[in-house]
Design a protein around this ligand. Structure first.
Ligand SMILES: Cc1ncc(C[n+]2csc(CCOP(=O)(O)OP(=O)(O)O)c2C)c(N)n1
Length: 342
């Protein structure tokens, strides 16, 4: 991994992965301090996917996401303070606190919408790709979703029409329970109702190019997305990319805890004592530590440089937390602004 990406791009990608991690740790802190109205889904363990895919896109491309959108927003360059303010329902957020965590967006970055309704965003992304094709624009639409979306009819319909009409769309399925039994109905909580064994089989029989990528491999994700984008721009239609990841086991409600990433563990291989039972996650499945190890191994960055990036990211995140905490809740009289009856 990594040699394909230019050095500066590698370091910028690593910085974004770390920023996502620090944002999610701040979310968990806020939840533990009971400052979160509702709940959220953290992206810890999947950072190389969002950053790898989104780094391969153009500014003119559109991005759509799901209930697990925080990392995608940061990967696109969203302001962490405004992102956190939105998650906390504050008026300083991208949608003035009304979208919250489930509908994260950054419209100025061509990231108009996320949806917490599983799979509902996939047809919308296909519709954007249709508009781009009709207008002959050299851009693609990329949609990131979980494997649970493959239980939904809306996903099947969108995949079918996107393939039939050769729409410029990237379907990125983040399989974050890739380690469960691979048998029909074998998923545990996530996607327990699928009769297909390989998620990519479905897209393949619809005539799409399919790729399966290891979610620890930033370079492979970036390359896969870059190639998929190039095919879409050439008019060859959509690509279905399954990225296999292992989400942070402490990231599920109600037992939400943070492993509080210490970047030095990339070279000490230490596991925080309270998480001894999750040792494998720290030593093998954590994309942030894994990418740090590879940057060191390939001589792209030294320990000091990685620590410097961490200090700068932590400083940026402290400012973001301050901004979100200071931001007021929207006033009650704004309740009916920007909403309309359907
Ligand atoms: C249509 C619909 N059905 C059920 C739910 C409840 N729900 C919220 S998250 C979730 C699991 C989604 O799994 P997946 O798409 O794989 O994403 P992950 O949480 O694993 O990232 C479910 C079933 C929902 N939000 N929408």
């Amino acid at each position: 991994m990594i040699p394909v990406m230019p050095k500066d791009d590698c370091l910028e990608a690593f910085r974004k992965m770390l920023l996502i991690r620090r944002l999610e740790e701040a979310c968990i802190d806020a939840a533990q301090e009971k400052r979160v109205p509702g709940h959220f889904h953290v992206y810890i363990g999947q950072e190389a996917t969002g950053v790898g895919v989104i780094s391969a896109l153009d500014k003119g491309d559109f991005i759509y996401s799901t209930h697990r959108n925080h990392g995608h927003l940061i990967a696109r360059g969203a302001d962490p303070g405004m992102t956190l303010a939105e998650i906390l329902g504050k008026s300083g957020g991208y949608a003035g606190g009304k979208a919250g965590t489930l509908h994260g967006c950054a419209p100025d970055l061509n990231f108009p919408l996320s949806s917490g309704i599983v799979a509902s965003i996939i047809p919308i992304a296909a519709g954007t790709a249709y508009a781009m094709k009709q207008r002959k624009l050299p851009y693609v639409s990329a949609v990131l979703f979980g494997e649970g979306a493959m239980e939904e009819g809306a996903a099947y319909e969108a995949l079918n029409i996107a393939s039939l009409w050769k729409l410029p769309v990237l379907f990125i399925c983040e399989n974050n329970s890739a380690e469960v039994d691979r048998k029909p109905g074998g998923g545990q909580y996530h996607a327990p109702n699928n009769s297909i064994i390989e998620i990519t089989d479905l897209a393949r029989v619809m005539g799409m190019t399919t790729v399966i990528i290891d979610g620890l491999d930033l370079d492979a994700v970036w390359t896969g997305a870059r190639d998929a984008r190039a095919r879409a721009i050439r008019g060859e239609g959509p690509t279905f990319i399954e990225v296999r990841t292992d989400t942070w086991p402490g990231g599920q409600w109600p037992t939400l805890v943070t492993g509080r990433t210490d970047i030095r563990h990339a070279w000490t291989n230490e596991v925080p004592s309270q998480y001894a039972k999750n040792a494998k996650w720290f030593t093998r499945n954590d994309p942030v530590l894994s990418v740090a190890r590879k940057l060191l191994m390939l001589g792209i960055a030294g320990k000091e440089e990685l620590q410097k990036i961490d200090i700068s990211v932590s400083h940026q995140m402290a400012g973001a937390v301050e901004f979100a905490n200071q931001s007021p809740y929207p006033p009650a009289e704004d309740a009916y602004a920007h909403v309309w009856p359907t």
